[in-house]
Design a protein around this ligand. Structure first.
Ligand code: FMN
Length: 214
């Protein structure tokens, strides 16, 4: 499938079927995570059939239901975690799985992960078979985020479209796409979790420009 189609197809999913991810699919996802870790120096780990991070009966974790599998993003750099986390999200989508980035609404005491002393848990991504495929959400427009400083690249609209399809914390889309010297820069408007968002948007930009692949 074309990468833009995959980005259009992916939406946050918070309600999952009570269905295990098959061993074969887990193996493919784990192999992809290993590749991302080798490339980035991150220490990303997937946990399957581990419901406790979203299960304290005294707490409401947003709208999460049957969030029994998650990927813990461990590392030193939030932007890098955003970049590689989003590659994993899109790979999971390609494998027929649904996902949701989660920075707040999970139990930080119960979540499983192993880390070295110079690393931190940046956030998690739930993964599984959604009870629905998710749905389109409101978005800023191309004009809201695009700054053209000089010549336009041929496929500029498609690049900005891919950036606007990137998930961001609370859907705030706090970034600008700057077209300059025949190249694209993504700039963050700042705010909470802005570095993770920046990495996610850069990932969409690089994928559509062919600077990286899934
Ligand atoms: C860095 C980051 C943190 C997020 N944290 C949460 C969270 O704590 N709880 C939650 O329910 N959704 C969370 N989300 C999901 C966003 O609300 C969602 O991605 C956004 O509304 C865009 O929708 P989409 O993913 O369907 O494109 C987070 C997303 C990102 C990128």
């Amino acid at each position: 499938m074309q990468i833009l189609e995959l980005m259009k197809q992916r939406h946050s999913v918070r309600k999952y079927q009570d269905k295990q991810i098959e061993k074969e699919i887990q193996d493919k996802l784990n192999a992809y995570i290993l590749k991302c870790n080798q490339e980035s120096g991150l220490n990303i780990q997937a946990f399957y059939n581990e419901p406790n991070a979203f299960k304290n009966p005294n707490v409401t974790y947003g709208w999460f239901v049957n969030a029994n599998n998650y990927i813990a993003l461990i590392g030193k750099n939030e932007e890098t975690a955003g970049y590689y986390g989003e590659k994993i999200v899109l790979k999971a989508q390609e494998l027929g799985l649904n996902t949701c980035w989660v920075v707040l609404t999970y139990d930080k005491e119960k979540v499983q992960f192993n880390k070295n002393s110079d690393e931190k848990l940046i956030c998690v991504i739930t993964v599984g078979y959604g009870v629905y495929p998710g749905r389109e959400r409101p978005s800023k427009t191309i004009d809201d985020v695009l700054i053209v400083e000089d010549e336009k690249l041929d496929n500029l609209n498609q690049i900005v479209e891919a950036c606007l399809l990137a998930p961001t914390a609370r859907n705030l889309q706090r970034f600008k796409v700057v077209c300059k010297n025949n190249n694209i820069d993504i700039l963050s408007d700042g705010g909470e979790y802005a570095d993770i968002d920046l990495g996610i948007v850069k990932c969409h930009c690089d994928l559509i420009m062919g600077k990286t692949t899934l």
